[in-house]
Design a protein around this ligand. Sequence first.
Ligand code: ZN
Length: 130
Amino acid sequence: MAYTLEVKTCRRVEFIDITHLVRDLIEKKGLKNGVCFIYIPHTTAGVTINENADPSVVADIRDALERMVPEGAGYRHAEGNAPAHVKASLVGSSASVPVENGRLVLGTWQGIYFCEFDGPRRRSVIVAVV
Ligand code: ZN
């Protein structure tokens, strides 16, 4: 059984902490044990797990991706959003977190981030506990 969460992004490139959304869904649906699979069904957005204590960390990741994949670097894709596609592939389109007794087993400093690379848009996040 898979569920869809809606995420509205406000900027072109944006990292949004969705940990609480995933946690609330697991609680609301009474999902107890297994692996929580988080999947992004988009080609210009992704998901990553990283530090949510110091917001500078995701800002650094975002800026590092910008330096690695700059705008206007001679891309072929005619739509004009090639950097967003490349960054989405670099961070990946899925993440997995164990679930134990209805609890996401994340490290103390870890959060789940939706990564927007071609916003603002309305986006979907697919969540399943298998
Ligand atoms: Zn495109």
